[in-house]
Design a protein around this ligand. Structure first.
Ligand SMILES: [Zn+2]
Ligand SMILES: [Zn+2]
Length: 270
């Protein structure tokens, strides 16, 4: 293992509807890879909170992570986290689950904008992409203003589908002002930026966000970075995280963050 504190801070167990493996299996895999820490961050899609049973599955995920933390004590640091999707679309749900579980780490994400399906399911021939992306940045900014999370997950998520899956071009320069707004808001609120490495395993072939954005965050004075594979099955645990470490180092960072009880611990990239 190249990095002493190699950690994966974004993983899904079978308590997420779209993932397949139990927490224990993910932890066993992390142990075998020699990871320092593993954070379980199952989905809580606030816009469909009750109808899709997240009120129950997230509580279960929390208990599974705490149980695994006891079982793997001395071998692996296991943290209990959650990925809160679209909190602004159902604030009551987001706040209920955050009150119910004493999470170490909360990721906030936007997988769809109000009244539209997930970017994964959008029919891009039927929408004004520029307009939808502005709505995406608007909702991210609202989420940061709300602020009940630790790290912003996979900024540029729509790129995974628009550019990666559909091969459509986006003029990134057109959105540099919006990206700056997001990065400045994160810094002002003391929130971390996640570098999500799942795109490296997918058609996008890049991290979300990519190097220029991480460099910009550093240039603006950002200090807190979290790294996550977004694994939905055991073979993807820690997938691309070492490349992610190299990328943040290239962007000028000497440390990344690991959260316990919402407090970041800055671990050196060594
Ligand atoms: Zn996500
Ligand atoms: Zn995820």
């Amino acid at each position: 293992m190249k990095y002493r504190y190699l950690s994966d801070c974004h993983t899904h167990s079978d308590c997420s509807r779209d993932a397949s493996d139990p927490t224990m299996m993910l932890c066993e895999c992390a142990c075998r890879l020699g990871l320092y820490a593993l954070t379980i961050t199952d989905h809580c899609e606030c816009n469909v909170y009750e109808e899709d049973g997240y009120d129950r599955s997230v509580r279960q995920s929390y208990f599974e992570a705490r149980k695994a933390s006891a079982v793997f004590h001395g071998r692996l640091h296991v943290r209990a986290g959650v990925e809160i999707g679209q909190p602004m679309q159902n604030l009551a749900a987001a706040e209920e689950i955050l009150d119910a579980c004493d999470f170490d780490f909360v990721l906030a994400s936007v997988h769809n904008v109000r009244g539209m399906p997930d970017f994964y399911e959008l029919d891009y021939s039927q929408v004004d992409i520029t307009k939808v992306l502005h709505l995406y940045f608007d909702e991210i900014l609202e989420t940061i203003e709300w602020g009940k999370f630790d790290s912003l997950a996979h900024l540029t998520y729509p790129w995974r589908y628009i550019v990666g899956e559909h091969g459509l071009a986006i003029d990134n320069a057109q959105f540099s002002g919006r990206i700056d707004e997001v990065l400045k808001a994160l810094i002002k609120k003391g929130k971390a930026l996640e570098v999500n490495t799942s795109g490296l395993r997918q058609k996008l072939g890049d991290t979300m966000p990519n190097l220029p954005i991480v460099e910009r965050y550093h240039e603006l004075g950002g200090k807190l970075i979290t790294l996550g594979s977004d694994a939905h099955r055991w073979p993807d645990v820690c997938g691309g995280v070492e490349q992610g470490m190299e990328l943040i180092k290239k962007a000028g960072f000497t440390h990344f963050s690991l959260y316990s009880h919402h407090e970041p611990k800055l671990l050196p990239i060594e």
